[in-house]
Structures are given as structure tokens and as C-alpha cells.
Design a protein around this ligand. Structure first.
Ligand SMILES: CC(C)(COP(=O)(O)OP(=O)(O)OC[C@H]1O[C@@H](n2cnc3c(N)ncnc32)[C@H](O)[C@@H]1OP(=O)(O)O)[C@@H](O)C(=O)NCCC(=O)NCCS
Length: 112
């Protein structure tokens, strides 16, 4: 969670951990509309990756709408790689990309 100096919410993200799993899921992730475009999303994502790593997870996975350019740009630029195309994933019929990022190594590990 990110807040400003007055304690107002600027953004949040939630991670889902599963006992015994090396994979963490980024379940929700949002920056307040008035706080977007200034790097907060990237900084929050890096913090969430660190939290997953600290819990012993090697992979961070997420699903994102294929029409969500802002999020896709952020995730791609942060090293997430699309793994699965999921048609009709959302209620309105929009497809999703499942994306994943290896937390333990460089770009060569992310290809696997
Ligand atoms: C996606 C979201 C979290 C990005 O947060 P943000 O604070 O604006 O992101 P940043 O300022 O850190 O920018 C991160 C990258 O995304 C890119 N980006 C941000 N807004 C963009 C837009 N509208 N279109 C294209 N790219 C965009 C930036 O250019 C930046 O890439 P760069 O570092 O290569 O230049 C924010 O737009 C949001 O909360 N959207 C609504 C909720 C949502 O879609 N959550 C994701 C669900 S999977």
C-alpha cells in the first residue's frame, strides 16, 4: 500500500501465496488515477517482487487484460513474459495474458 503524507491512499497491490508453492500471484494492483504516470506503479511492483522473494518464492505470476496498455507496458518493462493467452477470461469477454517473471535470475531464466 502506498499513501501520501496525509495518509491518503495512492495505490495498493495484493499478493496471493500458497503453502509449499514457489509461485506467488499478483492478485490486484492499482494506482490512484491522480497518482499515475510518475513511476509509483513501477516502484510498488518492485516492492511486491521483493516481498514475494523474501517469502521464498521464485516466480511472480499475474493475469492482465490484453487491452490494458498501461499495465502491459509496465509489466513488460519490468521483465514479465507472457506465457498463456486466455480467451474470454473476463466477464465482458476480454482476453487476458498470463505473465510471469523469474525473481531469482536474469533475462535468460525468464525465457524458461
Ligand atoms: C497500470 C498502473 C498500475 C500503472 O501505474 P503508474 O503509476 O501509472 O505506472 P508508472 O508511472 O510506474 O509507469 C510504469 C510504466 O508504464 C507505462 N505507462 C504508464 N501509463 C501508461 C499508459 N497509459 N499507456 C502506456 N504506457 C503507460 C509508463 O510509460 C512506464 O513505462 P516506462 O518506465 O517504460 O516509461 C495504473 O495505470 C493503474 O492503476 N491502472 C488501473 C488498474 C490496473 O490496470 N491495474 C493492473 C491490473 S493487471
Amino acid at each position: 500500500m502506498a499513501v501520501d503524507e496525509d495518509g491518503a491512499l495512492l495505490g495498493y497491490g495484493t499478493l496471493l501465496f500458497r503453502l509449499g508453492s514457489e509461485q506467488t500471484r499478483l492478485y490486484s494492483f492499482c494506482v490512484h488515477p491522480q497518482a499515475r504516470g510518475g513511476g509509483l506503479g513501477r516502484r510498488m511492483l518492485e516492492r511486491l517482487e521483493g516481498m514475494a522473494w523474501e517469502q521464498g518464492c521464485d516466480w511472480l505470476v499475474l493475469e492482465v487484460r490484453v487491452d490494458n496498455q498501461a499495465a502491459l507496458t509496465l509489466y513488460r518493462g519490468s521483465g514479465f513474459v507472457p506465457s498463456d493467452w486466455m480467451a474470454d477470461y473476463y466477464e465482458d469477454g476480454c482476453a487476458a495474458w498470463r505473465m510471469s517473471k523469474a525473481l531469482f535470475a536474469g533475462p535468460e531464466a525468464q525465457a524458461g
